[in-house]
Write a protein that binds this ligand. Structure first.
Ligand code: FAD
Length: 117
């Protein structure tokens, strides 16, 4: 089947949105179990990502830059950095990771009252 760049890009946007929103909700003080869950998630994500080319490239990035899971800030900063690595390869503009703070809101309210969720 022919590549369809529109659908491929749509999948990318949806995937990044989920990833960054997950990071924005990752515990500020993760337990060892939380940390393991995020590492495992990223490993499986990179293995099962449906665009094979993207998956292979992202697995290479993961080896070079293992997930930072010690806090929400570190996880969100790491994901932003990884997305920028992909941006660079695709000749897209770099995102300013200092502004990631309130950019990804899950819209789910309650749970995390210290932020506005
Ligand atoms: P996207 O890159 O999808 O970004 C969506 C929005 O996120 C942007 O509009 C911006 O508001 C915000 N954003 C941008 N950069 C960042 C950042 N660093 N941190 C946080 N937010 C940010 N496509 C390919 O053609 N080849 C590939 O090899 C490839 N590999 C991929 C690997 C992964 C793991 C994923 C998830 C996607 C991959 N894609 C790949 C898809 C590609 O990254 C884009 O999602 C797609 O091209 C659509 O780009 P876009 O310009 O709409 O913005």
């Amino acid at each position: 089947k022919l590549e369809n760049a529109t659908i491929k890009a749509e999948l990318g946007r949806a995937s990044w949105k989920l990833l960054h929103t997950m990071m924005a909700r990752f515990p500020e003080k993760p337990t060892e179990d939380d940390k393991m869950a995020l590492k495992t998630y990223m490993q499986l994500f990179s293995r099962l990502y449906p665009c094979g080319d993207c998956a292979r490239h992202f697995q290479g990035l993961l080896k070079k830059y293992p997930p930072q899971v010690s806090s929400r800030n570190n996880a969100a900063g790491w994901a932003c950095f990884m997305h920028n690595q992909v941006n660079e390869r695709l000749h897209k503009p770099q995102f300013n990771c200092n502004n990631i703070g309130d950019f990804y809101d899950c819209g789910c309210g309650d749970e995390d009252k210290s932020k506005d969720g």
